[in-house]
Structures are given as structure tokens and as C-alpha cells.
Write a protein that binds this ligand. Sequence first.
Ligand SMILES: Nc1ncnc2c1ncn2[C@@H]1O[C@H](COP(=O)(O)OP(=O)(O)OP(=O)(O)O)[C@@H](O)[C@H]1O
Ligand SMILES: [Mg+2]
Length: 378
Amino acid sequence: MNAHQSLAIGQRIETLDAISPAATEPDAMVRFEGISKTYPAYRGKPGVNALQDIDFTIPRGSITGVIGRSGAGKSSLVRLINGLEKPTTGRVIVDNRDISALAGRELRLAQRSIGMIFQHFNLLSSRTAADNIALPLEIAGWAKSDIKARVAELLALVGIADKHDRYPSELSGGQKQRVGIARALATRPSVLLSDEATSALDPQTTRAILDLLANINRELGVTIVLITHEMSVVRQLAREVVVLDAGHVVESGQVADIFTHPKHPITQSFLAEVIGDSLPVSLASRIMPAPAAGGQAVIRVQVRGAGAGDTLVARLARELGLDVALLAARIDEIGGQHVGSLTLGIPLGMSSSEDAVTRTLAWLSQYQFPAERLGYVA
Ligand SMILES: Nc1ncnc2c1ncn2[C@@H]1O[C@H](COP(=O)(O)OP(=O)(O)OP(=O)(O)O)[C@@H](O)[C@H]1O
Ligand SMILES: [Mg+2]
């Protein structure tokens, strides 16, 4: 443990002494207990049930992805973590305190240990990078000299020490988000909430910012909650994932488990975005509904698990004595697991016999590879 971390812990204890502890669970950084959130009807607009029956835990020190379509309730969920919103029912326990029960000064103190970064950075345009980062420290009443030293440290941490005196308008999107991250970390929070923080950035900049967040998690031990509608972000950074749909948690667990065995259609659709469900056009345009003599049946096999697809074609060909053709393959790696599909051509012979197809499907089923027949090619 370095000086930075021990200071962070010391500071947390000092600010939170007065607050009554909630039921403790040492491995949980955030715990949602029976949460629902209803926004009341307003100016003729009907009320909205944004979240219902939410019960899950975000492990201490983890990077946890929260993924869902627009309107699923992701931002509502993060606003409950930092106490910007109160739940309609239930409690939100953050670092062993019931944040949903806090108000006023107690809430503001607790919020110092919860940093947040945003899609549009939310920097003050009239302040330099350094002065944006200094803001939470000024509010917390730090001495000028301490602020100066801390800001320099933070600028270096996020890799923009040379941008000290630049205004937001003089910074790129990636640099602005680095300022946002430095500002969020200024008061040494134990949790960092990221609400679509890379959605406004290009893929290369996204990658760099995600790498920075991974470093922060590793070096400072900050728990990161990553809100996103992009599966690729979860895949790059998170080990745990919660899938939200229409205000409900539809799946949660380890990224590798959830995305190798997706159960809910929403999870499956997110997965399809990364691994692609489509066949190469040249192949798709040749697929016919009926067999042709001397042609092949086209079978798509789903591949899930470490190294699962590596030897499949060779084993199938050997064990069944078939000339199996590999027509297309799309395999990705998610959380160390292979996820994707192989599209195989199974020879029909001159009599268009389905015998080889039947044997192939039986063999795949025996080894628990989900498979479907797409049609035939000549
Ligand atoms: N302050 C609010 N007042 C009323 N309704 C709200 C408020 N904030 C969110 N909602 C509604 O709650 C539901 C969930 O919204 P939320 O912003 O949490 O979704 P989201 O998953 O973050 O969506 P997006 O990906 O578009 O940001 C939506 O139906 C939204 O219209
Ligand atoms: Mg949102």
C-alpha cells in the first residue's frame, strides 16, 4: 500500500465517524436492497417506474459494468449511488453506509467519497484544467497549498500535466475527460461512477480512457461502476456485469459467464453486436432452402468457452469421417472465453442424403454445441 491509499482510507474514516453504520458486508462496495424508483407525474406527464425490484451487490475493488438500452434506468441507478436521487422503496448501501438515508451535510460528506464522470465532461468553461480539478477541493475547504500540490499530482496521474493552464475549449474530448477523471478523483473517492463517459469519444480515445480507468482501479483500488449501452466497453474493462432492461436487472454476474451463456434476449442482442450474427454476403447470397445433389448443408455452430472452437472442425471431420468445410467463422474473446460461431458445410453426396447432416447434429448435440441448419449451398 502506498501513501496515497493510506491517506485515502484515513480521510474516509475521519469524515464518516458520525454516521451510523448499516449492516456490513466487507466485500460489497455498493448494495441495492429492494430498490424501486418512481418519478412522480409532473406537468401533465405521467409518472415513470424507472427501476423495480433491484437487488444486487457491486464488489469492492471491482470494475462493474451496467449495460442497458436507452431508458433502461442506468442513469437513475447511478444517481441513487451518489444520493442525487432517493429511492422510492429500499436502501442503497455505499461503503457500509445507507446513502439513501443521508441528507444535508452528512450527504455532502459522503458524496466526497463517490466520484462521477459524465458523457459531456461537465467542465466549467471559465476555469482552466487545473482550476476545474481544484473545484471539489475548494468546496471541501482544503488549504491553497494543499490544493496546488494535489492538482499537480492529479494532472500527472491522468497524463495531462502539460495542460495545467488550458481552458476546456483548448482541449480535445479525450483530454477533457482526463480533466473530468482527475476532478472526480480529487477527494480520493472509494467509488468512481462513469455514466457513458466514453460515448462522445472516438474508438481510439475510448480505448485510452478505458485503459486509464483500468489503471486507476488497479493502482488506487477505486471501485468503478461503468454505465454504458456499448457492449464493447463492458468487454474491454469490466469483470462483472449487470444487464438492465425496462427498470429490471435481467442478468448479473461475471462478464465471462454472462456473455458465454446469455439467457435474456437483451443480453443476446448485446452479444450479437460484438460478435456479429451475420454471414459474409458472398455466403448468405448462396444459401438455398433445398438441397442440391453434390452440395452441402450449411450448419451454424455456436462456440462458447475457453478454446471451445479450436479443434471442433478437425474432431468432427475425424470422428465422423466427413469432409467438413469451414464456410465462415466469427470468434471473439470476452473475459478470457471464446464466443462466436462457426459456419460449416456438410457434404450431402450425389444422392443428397441427409445422413451426414443428422450425424453431425447428433455429434454437436452430444458435445453441447448449440447448432442450427441455415440451408444449403450448391
Ligand atoms: N428526472 C426524471 N423525471 C422523470 N422521469 C425520468 C427522470 N429521469 C429519468 N426518467 C425516466 O426514467 C426512465 C429511465 O431513465 P434513465 O435516464 O435512468 O435511463 P438510461 O438507461 O440512463 O437511458 P439513456 O441510455 O438514454 O441515458 C426513462 O423512462 C426516463 O424517461
Ligand atoms: Mg442515462
